[in-house]
Design a protein around this ligand. Sequence first.
Ligand code: PLP
Length: 414
Amino acid sequence: MSSLANTDPEVADIIEMERLRQTNGLELIASENIVSKAVLETTGSILTNKYAEGYPGKRYYGGCEYYDIAENLARDRLCQLFGAEHANVQAHSGSGANMAVYFSTINYGDKIMSMKLSEGGHLSHGSPVSFSGKMYKVVQYGVDHETERLDYADIAAMARKEKPQMIVCGASAYPREIDFKAFGEIAEEVGAYCVADIAHIAGLVAAGLHNSPIDVLPFTTTTTHKTLRGPRGGAIMCKQEYAQVIDKAIFPGLQGGPLMHIIAAKAVCFGEALKPSYKEYCKQIIKNAQTLAATLDAEGLRLVSGGTDNHLMLLDLSDKGLTGLQAENTLHDAGITVNKNTIPRETLSPFVTSGLRIGTPAITSRGMKEEEMKQIGTFIATVLNDIENKEKIAAVRKEVEALASKFPIYAVTE
Ligand code: PLP
């Protein structure tokens, strides 16, 4: 029996129940993944025991000699992975990484221009319920309502009119490639800072499967737990000239002691992402997303923008008379985890929505390929096309469990 099961059976039971949920179901949440055992082991290591305020070589606590090695390793590997000049790996989260970029560049009350949350952006890009919308004036671009893609001429026109101090590009729910160079040119023309938030697509950028903002923009933020397949956390990359202000914005500006067990796990994740097998993994994520999208399309479900270039797709359920909330709950009953999501021209609240966001990073980590995507597409369509049919949902759940059992969650990423 593990020591946790001995000392706190209540929590041990929760972990076991969640292990079974992850093992027996299909995780299709686009922002989630399944970390390697090496990452898992590092996050649960003794590195959690110590304070290490400061940065390598300049700490405010004694005894940090091994922590310095770990943090330098994480920084060096991240720079190598993306070709960045400077990396900060202490940000506890993606939102904190964005906050640090704003704090080190613009002033309270300045103007941010970013993508609408309802059309794919993120809360930390200026939503009124987030610090970013409370501290800054915010103007937002969306997607073109015909193509459902970003229109760079429209974005440039908005930038010229609004003259923001900061332009944010990057998204949480945009299935198409983002042209970071175009954003850089727009920002340069209007004299704005520009940050690319690549939280979702970081793995694809690292693998060279999506264009990179690193050389064309001064700041790039990311989370480490989505396509990158690392521990939960954030990171910032920037040009050398901003290294000091970014580091100061994170510590002592926003955070105290770094989570050194997480930073060491980030090093492990970046090391994994530098291996050739990671590029193959990312290629498979995209192939899987495109196969799943094609299957859903063939089953009569509408995909926002008609398909996907990356790891995710958005389903528009409005013509089926379904809400995202209904679809999320019913697919959950069938053992498939997805999240409801607003879509362009959304008419419903963010808690109800007309859409679903579906992503392939986690099921690709389990080793699933195109054949399984076709099956999963059929499972989803079977449920959504007959949402009141409890027998059908129960039958799909059995098939989901049978498929999941062939791909144990740590078989491939070990
Ligand atoms: N940026 C984008 C584009 C995201 O999608 C997310 C999370 O979903 C974040 C930032 C925030 O990351 P965190 O949840 O670590 O604050």
